[in-house]
Design a protein. Sequence first.
Lengths: 306, 356
Amino acid sequence: MIEHLIPVLAGTLAAATPLIFAGLGELVAERTGVINLGVEGMMLIGAVAGFAAAAHSDGGALAGLPAGAVAGMLAALIFAILSLSMAANQAACGLALTIFGIGLSAFIGQHYVSYSLPGLPPLDIPGLSEIPVIGRILFHQDAVTYLGLVTFVGVWWVLKKTRLGLVLKAVGEAPDAAHAIGYPVIAIRYGATLFGGAMAGIAGAYLSTVYTPLWVQNMVAGRGWIAIALVVFAAWNPTRLLLGAWLFGGVTILQFHAQGLGIALPVQFLAALPYLATVVVLVLISRDKRLLQLNLPASLGKPWMP
Amino acid sequence: MPLLEARPTPSARMRLLAPLIAIGLTLAVGSLLFLSLGKNPVEAFGVFFIQPLSSGNGWSELMVKAGPLILIAQGLAIGFRARIYNIGAEGQLIMGALAGGGVAIAFDGVDAWWVLPLMVIAGAIGGALWGAIPALLRTRFNAQETLTTLMLAYVATFALSYMVNGPWRDPEGMNFPQSIMFGDPALFAPWFEGMRVNAAILIAAVASLAFWIFTSRSFLAYQLTVGGLAPAAARYAGFSANRTVWVSLVLSGLTAGLAGVGEVAGPVGQLNLNISPGYGFAAIIVAYLGRLNAIGIVLAGLLMALLYLGGEAAQVALQLPAAITGLFQGMLLFFLLGADVFVDYRLKPRPRPAYA
């Protein structure tokens, strides 16, 4: 059994990586009051940009990730101009970004259909990867998966321990008050939205250049939406987001190991599990309206103009 | 320095102009795109918008594609007016197709007039039930319908995949994921020889008329709209917020389900994995572009259908990727949202230096 579980748990960490990046980015944006439903679109744009950069350079995945980050940020910029500078409806703008991202990535990706990349070999952490069982689960991952955990620590630290974190949260809770004491609300929201775009772009580029290094149309397959749901599930708390991402990573990976684990269910049912789990998780977390209201950034989704 | 200021009252003229501005900007950026791809924009737009309409079959195809788009968008618009965002119409379409297709498969070989009407009813119920799930989750558990409707759309695609790979797979279909081809009693008969347009378009037409009467005449529609614009006022007036959610999601699920059955009993003629080229998502754009208004949606649906046809024509005539349609759809929605800002806001006049 343990021999079967090791690849499942190791795979869980990798499958959680895009959710961690995209989820953390969205979490920071939402903490400042901006709900960007365009995560799926930004991930797709990041995925295709990352793939193109990796395919046309010698850098491989290492060139893909920065390209994905920049592309995701540019996509987020469109959203920010419309919803922050022009105060358009955030939900509609995010939806538009997703539809645009699906179209743009399919358009650019047409050149790369069935083209594959070398991917990224796992990086053994010296010493630690030798530990029996644990070593093969935790310390035999690709570099980006480690980077995801480092990013988590960074976001957690900034939000919890720094003045910048306090300002970000203040803008989300009470933009008028933050404005009154001299913080540039719109600029801060721009920053958080662009950060979210960069993170989503990295998440997409990870999918296309490392996780499954070949181009498939619409390859993000709803992970952007799951990331948004995870932020709600996490009650806007980075640590809970990390746990949620691992949980969903596990559910996602299950379909590939079902046989080894002796699960005899139709493959489509297992493939649908992450989406069903998202619904269940949303129901569980939203049921307690008071608890949700308590954690919800007070100005979330509300347009604000000075 | 903010460049915009709120208008004293929303501009009605701008509300009607915004879609035209959005279309104009999309064409402008589209021209640049064509130029960058080495195509003559005039020729390319000819292929996109004129060529598909230069034959009888082209008009037939326009109706075939506009039908489901208009039908779904009419249902979605009811919800959008009430700020209930059903973005999973694609899933409700699939469930309608599955329910309707199931009837066709169950009564395969039965030559009776009632097979097709039964399929239509089953499709409507299938879509409505798939829309009812997020309504229940929203009213009972407060779960956001935006996310649940979309997640259920993914679940629906897997359900479809399971059925056409498993129980309903055509035993003589060479293992392709598809059902049997439906017999004539389970199909909308084409109106003209060699063309695909059929009576399913009448469902869209009747629905458009019904929604036009519903939105302009009924008290319930008024309550829904007030609930969207001013939730506090709606509560004060005693309009039920839960009923708004139920009506919005079940109605939009129902129309999407009808669109689904229209596809499998029409142009597709069986259940397979390609029953919809993203109609459920494109209908969101149609609803907004049509100003959530029944008549506007008919016009917007025709335009969007033309965009699909143009994409196909451009693929053949100009060797452009078919995905260009999706790109145009996204741009159109972006420009529309941008132009819509000027319904409620206007550019702030530059402050003049004050002379003493």
